[in-house]
Write a protein that binds this ligand. Structure first.
Ligand code: AMP
Length: 420
């Protein structure tokens, strides 16, 4: 293996494409910052126990996909496979829920790690932007988050995504359903692995993609027929609020997610141009998670949107984001004196907020102009001895090729005017 090769299942974000990732993170965070979510950052690793208890001992994420390790000091840690458990842990540790102002609304952006089989859209290191609203049970909060994600995707210009919505019930009705489902599943012809899953996480069997399994699932009891009155009413209100906001969704009674902590509202954003890894984001309500990790009862709801797959979705729809060129002005000095003077002008322009670069490394004119063109700059500033003697620099429009002499002490104003 070459030392220049990123580890399997990972890839680097490099210019110019990396600018799209930044823009996607930014676009997803705008609606969150505009709806009173405060920014939170937590460590890239946690005590493994947090995920085992929070995400769930029976999930693939914990049993198969976690990067868990023991430190030299004997601490059992894991790279974070998702954001919610960490954010809730941090909120509890800082007593944010005791500030008398619930829900605590937080947003985050960062790297996550899962030891999965890599394929297009599925990586071992990926990036998410997420939001959590901790400590309130209110269907408007569930609706709010779905509406904000919808707004984020729309602001990027995406159209070919759908919202799948379901309710997973609560601690009253889900156990009854779970037992009924187990009864049904135990009567089917299933392999040993799946049989084991029936006992620890029967809802996940519904999610099995294999046709031979899906065929047998026809007639399986559906959770929606087991929802208690409180869950039904709650879900109906979420649906009504979404409809009133003009956000279309599809009821998907089979939608279960890969994390154990969800209760009631669960949803997924899927994009139709992505093939098998079609989920671009997902989330739901997790009313029991705080207690699962040893905290007080704090009903909460959240989502995480995948940045990598959102970028793939943009590609699938042929959308290129309008990202301003990294460089607007490129300065080309001819000779030592010009280097000194133009470098000063570069600093002045940058301080004035104009994205400016400089021909470093003593390039000749021809090479320097090539670099200027490659930089994407609209304008070049070129100066030699004679220009300086006259107190001017040449301002060249790199698109039209037009060139004019401008006074040295008016560079910032002239450049601004030329850039419009
Ligand atoms: P989850 O935390 O599993 O609900 O995932 C939320 C979102 O994160 C998904 O919809 C994906 O967009 C993204 N995601 C999850 N796992 C991966 C992965 N292995 N590679 C790339 N993106 C992922």
């Amino acid at each position: 293996m070459s030392t220049f090769q990123a580890p399997k299942g990972t890839y680097d974000l490099i210019p110019p494409n990396s600018a799209t990732y930044l823009a996607v993170r930014e676009a997803i965070s705008v609606p969150l910052r505009n709806s009173s979510h405060g920014y939170i950052e937590t460590p890239g690793f946690e005590n493994v126990e947090l995920f085992a208890r929070g995400v769930g001992e029976s999930t693939d994420i914990v049993t198969k996909e976690m990067y868990a390790f023991e430190t030299k000091g004997g601490d059992k840690l894991a790279l974070r496979p998702e954001g919610t458990a960490s954010v809730l842990r941090a909120a509890l540790e800082a007593n944010l829920h005791k500030g008398g102002n619930l829900p605590v609304k937080l947003w985050y952006s960062g790297s996550y790690y899962r030891y999965e089989r890599p394929q297009k859209g599925r990586y071992r290191h990926f990036s998410q932007v997420g939001a959590e609203a901790i400590g309130a049970e209110d269907p408007a909060l569930d609706a709010e988050l779905i509406i904000l994600a919808h707004q984020a995707y729309r602001s990027l210009g995406l159209r070919d995504f759908r919202i799948l919505l379901n309710s997973l019930g609560d601690k009253e009705c889900r156990p009854v359903y779970r037992a009924a489902l187990q009864d049904f599943l135990r009567g089917l012809q299933l392999d040993e692995d799946t049989r084991r899953r029936i006992e620890i996480n029967p809802l996940r069997v519904l999610d099995d993609k294999r046709e031979a399994v899906q065929e047998q699932l026809i007639g399986a009891p559906m959770l929606r027929d087991y929802l208690c009155e409180a869950c039904k009413t709650y879900h109906e209100q979420v649906r009504e609020l979404l409809t009133a906001a003009g956000v279309a969704f599809e009821d998907d009674p089979k939608l279960v997610r890969g994390l154990d902590y969800y209760t009631r509202t669960t949803f997924e954003f899927v994009h139709d141009g992505l093939g098998s890894q079609s989920a671009v984001g997902g989330g739901g309500r997790y009313d029991g998670l705080s207690e699962m990790i040893g905290g007080p009862a704090l009903p909460s709801v959240g989502w995480a949107l995948g940045v990598d797959r959102t970028v793939l979705a943009l590609e699938a729809e042929g959308i290129t984001l309008d990202i301003p060129a990294a460089t607007a002005v490129y300065a080309v000095p001819l000779g030592e004196e010009a280097r000194r003077v133009l470098f000063g002008k570069v600093t002045e322009l940058r301080r004035a907020g104009v994205a400016t670069d400089f021909a470093y490394g003593g390039k000749g004119l021809k090479n320097a102009m090539k670099s200027a063109n490659r930089s994407g700059a609209r304008l070049a500033l070129v100066a030699g001895e004679r220009d300086l003697a006259e107190g001017v620099v040449q301002l060249k429009d790199l698109v039209s090729g037009e060139q004019t002499a401008i006074a040295l002490d008016a560079v910032v104003d002239e450049v601004r005017r030329a850039l419009g």
